[in-house]
Design a protein around this ligand. Structure first.
Ligand SMILES: O=C(O)c1cc(C(=O)O)c2c(n1)C(=O)C(=O)c1cc(C(=O)O)[nH]c1-2
Length: 250
């Protein structure tokens, strides 16, 4: 237990976490990609996931602020540009809003987060708190779910295009850019943790940070499953009445 893992052993441990705990296994994701979600459930997913998208550049700005090495900051800041863009209408957040627009969701309602589930808001806040309060090493490690996102994105996009007639490639433009960005970012973060986790305790902390992040992503889908499949949305959260009030085409 106290022996240092080799860099390759550490990477194997991290990849095993993804294989067992990443949200590619969640029932909501499985239904989303196989046409099993109603349109309303797709809308609820996109509306809630917006809050996750919106927090990503904030959490990367927190991480950036904790880095003392200019070379590291130079590499990390690209993540913020990818999400915020260089100008209005550009970048990942704007492309996510294209998805929610195309689904007929009201932009103001999406951006305000007022219809999001309580658990989504707590999860997103927990991510910001995690990267602020844990070590920089753990904060970087928590981004490593991106090792697994290119595959889930590929499966989700193919499945949604096949099964939902209200989804077009333009609707899903957000996902077109992500796999290459995620590959670049996760290669960098993986090399960082392999180099900087120099004790077994730090290696275990890196693995635990990735497990924590998988739990966070899982909890967001659990909340959707509970609210929209098994029970009822929390008071104030998005419901069919809101959909009707957006004046969406039938
Ligand atoms: O579609 C997905 O399933 C998915 C998962 C993840 C992830 O694994 O955290 C990210 C994204 N997408 C994503 O688009 C994204 O920009 C992103 C940034 C991060 C991160 O933690 O820094 N994860 C993810």
């Amino acid at each position: 237990m106290t022996d240092l893992l080799s860099a390759d052993e550490l990477e194997r441990r991290l990849r095993a976490v993804g294989a067992e705990r990443y949200h590619h296994l969640h029932p909501y994701q499985l239904r989303l990609q196989s046409g099993g979600c109603s349109r309303f459930e797709v809308e609820a997913w996109a509306l809630n996931r917006y809050l996750y998208q919106a927090c990503i550049p904030q959490k990367d700005a927190i991480i950036l602020s904790r880095m003392e090495d200019p070379a590291l900051r130079r590499a990390w800041r690209q993540r913020i540009v990818d999400h915020d863009g260089e100008r209005e209408g550009d970048g990942g957040i704007a492309r996510w809003l294209k998805l929610t627009d195309d689904l007929g969701l009201d932009r103001g309602a999406v951006v305000s987060g007022r219809l999001a589930l309580p658990a989504t808001k707590f999860a997103v806040n927990a991510y910001l708190t995690f990267v602020r309060e844990r070590s920089l090493l753990e904060a970087v490690a928590s981004s490593l779910t991106e090792l697994f996102s290119p595959q889930i994105i590929k499966t989700r996009v193919a499945g949604m295009l096949e099964h939902y007639d209200f989804v077009t490639p333009e609707t899903l433009a957000y996902f077109a850019a992500r796999p290459a960005q995620a590959g670049r970012d996760s290669d960098f973060a993986l090399a960082y943790v392999k180099q900087h986790a120099t004790t077994r305790a730090e290696q275990e902390a890196v693995v635990a940070a990735l497990e924590w992040k998988c739990d966070m992503l899982w909890a967001m889908l659990d909340a959707l499953e509970h609210a929209y499949v098994h029970a009822a949305p929390a008071p104030g959260a998005y419901r069919k009445l809101d959909a009707a009030s957006f004046g969406k085409a039938a």
